[in-house]
Design a protein around this ligand. Structure first.
Ligand code: C5P
Length: 367
């Protein structure tokens, strides 16, 4: 909680802290004796939503102009989260053109301005300018967070990374997949409220969001078993792993020794197509999305995969595009749905690409 210097004339920080059981900030320095610094930037970055209620005509004008003469304003200017305000002032101050212009400016900057209903005001006059009822403010905050989490209650399965197919205890057949795309998708799904199981092949990455449960696997067969164990309970499955198509027919328990002369060959047998196996089991309430990394005839091949694997959509990234694909932080994708409709996206960071993919899924299944 943050109090402006004027707010302290109405209520002391001690009263608010005691009643709310929360820490109350009102100044840049917490402790005037030690000069301990209160970091307004940290506070602005920490919040998921900044609510200013009530907000006076004076603070409202400062929000519009960007003035920074107190702790609240410094926090506001450094806040990265959305801001919601509940104006409260006398009716003439509220209807004044300056105040109304300031409100328009703030709305254009995507600040959510709550209504100021009519009623009895502090001056004794009656009219528009009262702070919105606390219950209504509470509901607006609740709505903000529900909208932010459209996947609340949904269960998602994501695969990521490569698979390693053992030749012997120290050698394997693998690929250069880093897992970045799948991990980014898992994060975005969790941020939107989903409970995510992330089945990852060998990767140096770790999930951040607490709603992601990671299952680390090595081979395609292990990945298949982990996916099948959770698939029936999922609403969304996104297979971003680069699964090895083949594995050695026999993997040796002992390190294979170098022969003095002659050739050495490994007989490879096909791995199961995990997504295809899930596609066969898929019910009509489940959404299954695959990835296709193509070097030629990209669109045609991607469309074929939708049918052959019973997918709802496929994300196509073409190695022909510079900055797209393995190892790099960026990707350029198109999403093709089961009606063959193509949505193309610009080259973006994998984190932003993940958001596009998750937003696509939400639009197709929820809104
Ligand atoms: O057929 P292709 O390997 O190009 O298909 C790619 C898609 O299929 C990706 O979503 C990938 O995760 C998935 N896949 C799979 N099991 C395999 C091979 C690919 O789940 N054995």
């Amino acid at each position: 909680m943050v109090l402006t210097p004027s707010a302290i004339d109405f209520v002391t920080p001690l009263t608010l802290a005691t009643l709310s059981k929360n820490r109350v900030y009102s100044d840049f320095t917490e402790d005037k004796d030690t000069g301990e610094w209160t970091n307004h930037v940290e506070l602005g970055l920490w919040g998921d939503l900044m609510l200013i209620a009530p907000i006076s005509a004076n603070t409202l004008s400062k929000l519009a102009s960007g003035a920074c003469d107190n702790f609240l304003m410094a926090t506001f200017l450094s806040a990265k989260c959305p801001v919601m305000i509940a104006p409260a002032m006398d009716l003439d101050m509220y209807s004044n053109a300056a105040t109304q212009d300031n409100i328009s400016i703030l709305k254009k900057r995507a600040i959510q301005v709550l209504d100021s209903p009519s009623g009895e005001l502090a001056s004794g006059l009656s009219g528009k300018g009262r702070m919105e009822e606390p219950e209504e403010i509470g509901m607006a905050v609740e709505e903000f967070f529900t909208k932010k989490e459209p996947l609340k209650g949904k269960i998602a399965l994501v695969t990521a990374g490569p698979t390693y197919e053992n030749i012997d205890p120290v050698r394997f057949i693998g690929n250069y997949s880093s897992g970045k795309m799948g991990f980014a998708i898992a994060e975005r799904l969790a941020e939107k409220g989903a409970q995510v199981t992330l089945v990852s092949g060998p990767s140096s990455l770790s999930p951040i969001h607490p709603n992601i449960k990671i299952i680390r696997v090595t081979s395609a067969l292990e990945m298949k078993a982990a996916c099948e164990a959770v698939f029936t309970s999922t609403h969304y499955t996104i297979m971003a792993a680069a699964v090895a198509d083949y594995r050695p027919e026999n993997s040796s328990d002992q390190k294979i020794k170098r022969e003095k002369k002659g050739e050495f060959s490994i007989n490879l047998i096909p791995n199961p197509d995990i997504i295809k196996a899930l596609g066969i089991k898929k019910s009509k309430d489940q959404f299954l999305l695959g990835f296709a990394l193509e070097t030629n005839n990209a669109l045609e091949n991607a469309k074929k995969k939708i049918d052959s694997k019973n997918l709802d959509a496929i994300v196509l990234n073409s190695l022909e595009d510079e900055g797209a694909g393995f190892g790099v932080d960026t990707n350029k994708i198109s999403i093709i749905d089961s009606d063959n409709k193509i949505t193309r996206f610009e080259l973006k960071s994998k984190s932003d690409v993940a958001l596009d993919i998750v937003d696509f899924i939400i639009t197709r299944t929820i809104t």
